[in-house]
Write a protein that binds this ligand. Structure first.
Ligand code: UDP
Ligand code: MG
Length: 314
């Protein structure tokens, strides 16, 4: 039996919000006649979230639960939810009631009728702390747009909708949940849109992420860009840098020698600053090459080195 929508909810210590959230989702799905499942991933909660989920699954057959042994993080929870999802459209949503289930119908329509691979929510009006969240988030999203080339205002919004094949072909690990659109784009899904969504203040519980998210997020963005461009050919990155560095060093040494011969000046090469700079640059160049070869060894033995996403075949 096919399911219209899988709603994937990662959660960590959100016991108070869950009943309200599930009631609300159920109401929206019943109104629109969607067949659906609600996959709740308990990311190692230490409160009674899991018991609440088990109770909810008795009241609603759509509720399914996955419980982690410990807290692995939001990315791991989403990844597990994506693996389990059976719906033609998959919608992710935070558990804390900051995202509104009333957005489901329009997100669903954009994916099914307008053909988007991925629609990301945009919390245009945000109800979070201005100094620790809203302002850094604006800056951060600007840098994201610039580096990734994906024109989204709010890359890290928890409320997103996907075609099934998108979630089945990406792997969310580490803290990469902030960059799912980048992962999707690098897997070849280009129809990425956004929808302004209502954002609400947290009603219960506390936020699980602080300001350090922006630093970690920036580092992750660099990694993800590097991996998607050079993951399968690291030598093209390191080899280029290595060649440039080595030749700058080598050319400087030649220059020094020519200068000495042509002017007949009696200076010892080792008395010149340029000599040491040139030497260092050549050593750094060689190091880049070594890093490149190591990178090639790693990528050659990676389990997914020949995993390609086939769109059609006949
Ligand atoms: N979350 C999770 N594992 C974690 C941290 C957070 O599953 O280790 C869930 C959390 O319960 C919530 C969602 O991820 O459903 C977003 O977290 P939060 O609301 O704390 O983030 P914020 O809205 O403050 O950005
Ligand atoms: Mg939240």
């Amino acid at each position: 039996m096919s399911v219209d929508i899988s709603i994937v909810v990662p959660l960590y210590n959100e016991e108070e919000s869950l009943p309200e959230l599930v009631d609300w989702i159920e109401r929206v799905c019943a109104e629109h006649g969607y067949s659906h499942e609600i996959i709740m991933i308990d990311d190692g909660s230490t409160d009674s979230s899991w018991n609440v989920i088990k109770q909810l699954s008795k009241d609603y057959t759509a509720v399914k639960g996955i419980k982690f042994q410990r807290n692995y993080g939001k990315s791991a929870a989403l990844n597990e939810g994506f693996k389990a999802a059976k719906g033609n459209v998959v919608i992710t949503m935070d558990a804390d009631l900051q995202d509104s289930p009333d957005e489901i119908p329009e997100l669903y329509r954009m994916v099914t009728a307008e053909g988007y691979d991925l629609v990301s929510g945009w919390k245009k009006v945000r109800h979070d702390n201005a100094l620790t969240k809203n302002l850094p988030s604006k800056l951060y999203n600007g840098v994201n747009r610039w580096i990734s080339g994906i024109k989204l205002h709010d890359m890290n919004c928890g409320l997103k909708a996907y075609k099934k094949k998108v979630v089945k072909s990406i792997e969310v690990y580490g803290e990469m949940h902030r960059f799912i659109p980048v992962l999707a784009k690098s897997a070849g899904f280009r129809t990425i849109g956004e929808k302004v969504v209502v954002h609400r203040a947290r009603k219960y519980g506390v936020s699980k992420f602080g300001w350090e998210r922006f630093i970690n997020g920036f580092l992750d963005l660099l990694s993800i860009q590097f991996i998607s461009r050079f993951g399968k050919k690291p030598m093209h990155f390191f080899g280029l840098l290595g060649t440039i560095a080595f030749f700058i060093g080598f050319a400087s040494i030649i220059w020094l020698v020519i200068e000495r011969i042509s002017t007949g000046a009696d200076f010892g090469l080792t008395n010149r600053v340029t000599f040491y700079l040139a030497l260092t640059t050549m050593v750094i160049g060689t190091q880049f090459f070594l890093a490149g070869f190591l990178g090639e060894l790693v990528s050659r033995s990676a389990a997914d080195r020949n995993n390609y996403l086939v769109e059609e075949r006949f």
